[in-house]
Write a protein that binds this ligand. Structure first.
Ligand code: BG6
Length: 483
């Protein structure tokens, strides 16, 4: 179904995000007939470009793989570039340009403003958007992360934008929430009774949440060296994953209720103790282009945290992320308890594990024990694996496609609400103040050895890639079940 027509206005359109993510996502929406030819894509930037020059700057065929020429032409026809400095007086001229574009395309008054900008200039952009917020139709504004760089700057930012916009007009992006397998956490937990009842401290020993990256800081040193792994990945993506894994069942399937429940988790995190956090920095980081030679910025963070909710009594959550590690993957491993009766007799099986593989090889796997053939009762763990793209095909929407479609449809569930952001900063500010200086770790490793200690002390260990089907020989395929 094509949603009603609207104009998309991208601020900061000459930056990387527009060509890498936003424009390719719109291409896919056009291809899937979810974005009408009547919707112009107005790109604002400081550089002197004509629209034709801007379109060639987007390098469409490089960033949109296997593109169809017909769709590319349509996409190019919908793009309009306007030179606009955020400091310049914009009111009359922009209004006139928008009116002309509206008339030419027939898109009506709805507008989606996308702020692909650093947070430091959000308020200037909000000043421009202010001119349009009371227009008829819907006016929605998308803010990219980072939303502040600590609690007080986030509060300040929020005060500025809420003085111009109503909460229901604000969409704070966390692109992890747009990922298909992240959205499946909810489905797995609440649309499957077998998992719903097992999701409890009675059955679960601990949870591991990992986002491991092979790339380093690349071209982003200017931003990253001021941010570091905790603010770049933990404050948003990892804590969102934790919130979805730990939330109580919502009483209704609507955005407000779901965000109330995830908000409750972030509010219930117990501040991390100094011994429960390890920061790291990859060797050679300070020699990277644009990084301060004496930088103490962390490129790795691992910590243990408890959620103060009856469901999670005594269950540690271990979170880990880092750059220049040995493997690229993001997943959640829910590790179940052993059968203590059997363990007491020295017959301990491997624990059951549910793995939610966010990327790559998106899917869900369950490790369980079977008996080895023969008379003995020796058991062996096997993996039952659901491969998402093998089943649904390779055209699963990319995160930014879901993000844009959700905004166009006015569906806020996959966006962070202010109370969640406030409490995540509160937690993260404390964590940063508590942590020791980062420890060096070799590139292409699993991070500083000290991070293993977080689990070892209680007889646990990080489960790295080894139970992923990429390495497993024992796969059980899940086939459609006819009931
Ligand atoms: C971004 C971070 O939010 O997420 C990057 O700023 C990080 O540093 C990226 O590399 C990871 O996203 P993904 O989708 O590749 O896991």
């Amino acid at each position: 179904m094509i949603p009603e027509n609207h104009m998309v206005v991208i601020f900061g359109s000459t930056g990387d995000l527009t060509k890498r993510k936003i424009i390719p996502a719109i291409y896919q929406l056009i291809r899937k007939e979810q974005f009408s030819e009547k919707c112009p894509i107005v790109c604002l930037g400081r550089r002197e470009y004509t629209t034709e020059e801007f379109v060639s700057h987007l390098e469409l065929s490089q960033f949109i793989k296997n593109s169809e020429p017909k769709i590319l032409q349509q996409l190019s026809r919908q793009i309009v570039y306007i030179k606009q400095d955020l400091e310049e007086e914009a009111a009359d001229s922009l209004r006139r340009r928008f009116d002309d574009i509206t008339e030419k395309f027939g898109c009506g008054p709805n507008k989606l403003f996308y702020l692909a900008l650093p947070a430091s200039v959000f308020s200037q952009a909000a000043g421009i958007i202010q001119l349009f917020v009371d227009d008829p139709g819907w006016q929605r504004v998308v803010f990219e992360k980072p939303f502040g760089d600590d609690l007080s700057s986030a509060e300040e930012l929020n005060n500025t934008i809420t003085s111009v916009l109503r909460e229901e007009q604000i969409y704070r992006v966390d692109h992890y929430l747009g990922k298909e397998l992240v959205q499946n956490i909810f489905t797995l937990r609440f649309h499957n009774e077998i998992f719903r009842w097992a999701w409890h401290s009675d059955a679960i020993d601990h949870v591991q949440i990992t986002a491991s990256e092979v790339l380093g800081v690349e071209e982003r040193a200017g931003y990253y060296d001021k941010s570091g792994a905790v603010r770049d990945m933990v404050q948003n993506h990892l804590l969102q994953l934790l919130s979805l894994v730990a939330m109580e069942p919502p009483l209704a399937n609507n955005a407000e209720e779901i965000r109330n429940r995830t908000g409750k988790v972030i509010e219930s995190l117990i501040p991390v103790k100094p011994d429960d956090v390890v920061l790291g920095q990859y060797e050679g980081y300070t020699q990277e282009h644009g990084v301060d030679g004496a930088s103490q910025t962390e490129t790795f963070a691992a910590f243990k945290v408890y959620v103060d909710m009856p469901r999670w009594k005594g269950v540690p959550f271990y979170l880990k992320t880092g750059k220049k590690l040995d493997e690229r993957y993001a997943d959640i491993k829910v590790v179940f308890k052993h059968n203590y009766e059997l363990c007491k007799t020295g017959d301990c099986d491997q624990p059951n594990i549910i793995v939610i593989r966010i990327q790559p090889d998106d899917g869900i796997a369950i490790a369980f024990n079977v008996k080895r053939p023969g008379r003995s009762m020796i058991t062996e763990p096997v993996l039952m694996d659901f491969c998402h793209h093998c089943y649904f095909g390779p055209n699963t929407p990319e995160a930014y496609e879901s993000i844009l479609l959700n905004v166009i449809q006015g569906e806020p569930t996959a966006f962070a609400r202010w109370d969640w952001i406030r409490n995540s900063w509160r937690f993260v500010d404390h964590l940063r103040a508590t942590a020791q200086a980062p420890l060096q770790y070799p590139q292409n490793s699993t991070g500083p050895a000290e991070s293993d200690g977080l689990l070892k002390r209680s007889g646990r260990r990080w489960i790295h890639g080894e139970i992923s089907p990429r390495r497993s020989q024992q796969q059980t395929q899940i086939l459609p079940v006819m009931l």
